[in-house]
Structures are given as structure tokens and as C-alpha cells.
Design a protein around this ligand. Structure first.
Ligand code: VGL
Ligand code: ZN
Length: 228
């Protein structure tokens, strides 16, 4: 499956019980960062605009932030003789090892300077346990340790989630899949995501799995406000 096979929703009007989730818009995922996602920086302006829409409707806007300790198990550098993007199938890691990225307290872990952080009502950090990764903002890669995001959204009475950010084939994908499993209605704002695209089939796998699982896809320009 490819981007051109995606069926897009014609429009969506946001209102009560909707929330916006902005995934990992951090320097290390931008061109020039440690784990650059091609064109990752080009979505920041669009994300700001959508955050403005949700904020105007007084709806929750939540960020996730990849937040690894130095020497994290997902880093190739933590494994003797391994290089970034080498396959790795260890429990809670993989499918590949990464360059060192988003180390707690470093510039690379900071949000992109143009991202309007003030819109974030909550920031959920993930990936802070040394030997387990967390692509999803909801469950870590052991598939059972919760980050707390589900509880936060539930308490704020959210039923429908709109996702944007980086990377489409990792953190956006796993977060969307977990959200569907937890019973949310999920829309990926596809023009406001970009992919790592490694390994080669990661994007098609993500798009296919999300489509089958019932996610919707939408373009940011057709998002509007529900009027009473
Ligand atoms: C991510 C790889 C490693 C992401 C985070 O935000 O998609 N990808 N850590
Ligand atoms: Zn990471």
C-alpha cells in the first residue's frame, strides 16, 4: 500500500470529545538532527495552524516527546559492533537499532523552535526506561506498560483522536494502532506527518495495518470547526 492508495475523508468538523495529538516534533527528527525524518521540518507550520483550530474550540492538544536516557537500549551504540538501522529483534526493541537520539535534556530532545509549544496542554514523555523502547504514546514496546496518555484522554472525555507528527511509520503508527485498540476513533492527518521509511516497507506496512484496523486519513485543509 502507498500514499496514493489512501482513501481520504472529505472533511471533519472538530468539536466536543475530540483531541489533537502531536507526536515527537523534536529536533533530532528534523533534517540536521540525529535521526532525521526527510522533510520533517516542513510540517511544523501546518501543525501550528491545526493546534490553533483545536485551541479555539477549547479542545485538548497533547504532545508526545521521545525522551531517552543516554545509552538507551534502542541505540546501536549500546550494542557492541552494531550500526544504526541494523535489524534488532530483542524484546521491546527494533525492528532496527537507531542512532543516539532524543537524549533527555539535550537540544535534540527539544521541540522544533517554530513549534508553538504553548498550545500543548499536556506533554507525555516516553522511552525513558533504559532497556525498552516506546514508539507508541500509549503503551511502551513491551505492549503493556502504559504511559498514562490513555488515562489522561479518558478523564478529559476524549473519544476521537486526530494525530500528526513524526514519524508516520513508527511513533504515529504505533500510537494510532494503540488508540484504536483502546477504543478511540482515530484520524491521521496525513499531510502533517513524514516517515523514516526504514526498513523499506515500513510505510506500506503502517498504512495497510492502520487501514485494516479502522483508522481514517484526512488532509489538514478539510479540518474545520463544528458550529452549534
Ligand atoms: C521514533 C524511532 C525511534 C519516532 C522514535 O518518533 O517515530 N522513531 N524513536
Ligand atoms: Zn526513540
Amino acid at each position: 500500500m502507498n500514499y496514493r492508495d489512501i482513501h481520504y475523508e472529505l472533511w471533519a468538523a472538530v468539536g466536543p470529545q475530540d483531541a489533537l495529538l502531536v507526536v515527537d516534533l523534536q529536533n533530532d527528527f528534523m533534517p540536521g538532527g540525529a535521526l532525521p525524518v526527510p522533510e520533517g521540518d516542513t510540517i511544523v507550520g501546518g501543525v501550528n495552524a491545526v493546534m490553533e483550530l483545536f485551541s479555539a474550540a477549547r479542545l485538548p492538544v497533547v504532545f508526545t516527546q521521545d525522551w531517552h536516557p543516554a545509552g538507551h537500549g534502542s541505540f546501536a551504540s549500546a550494542h557492541e559492533g552494531r550500526k544504526p538501522f541494523d535489524p534488532c529483534v530483542a524484546e521491546g526493541l527494533g525492528p532496527v537499532l537507531w542512532p543516539d537520539h532524543c537524549v533527555q535534556g539535550t537540544w535534540g530532545a527539544d521541540f522544533h523552535q517554530d513549534l508553538k509549544e504553548g498550545f500543548a496542554q499536556a506533554i507525555i514523555r516516553k522511552g525513558y526506561h533504559g532497556h525498552i523502547d516506546s514508539y507508541s504514546g500509549i503503551y511502551e514496546n513491551d505492549r503493556k506498560t502504559p504511559t498514562g496518555l490513555d488515562g489522561y484522554l479518558r478523564e478529559r472525555l476524549v473519544r476521537r483522536l486526530f494525530l500528526c507528527g513524526l514519524a508516520l511509520d513508527y511513533c504515529v503508527f504505533f500510537t494510532a494502532a494503540d488508540a484504536l485498540n483502546r477504543g478511540y476513533e482515530v484520524y491521521v492527518i496525513l499531510d502533517l506527518t513524514r516517515a523514516v521509511a526504514a526498513p523499506e516497507d515500513s510505510v506500506s506496512h503502517a498504512l495497510e495495518t492502520l487501514t485494516t484496523a479502522g483508522a481514517g486519513f484526512i488532509h489538514s485543509r478539510v479540518l474545520g470547526l463544528r458550529t452549534p
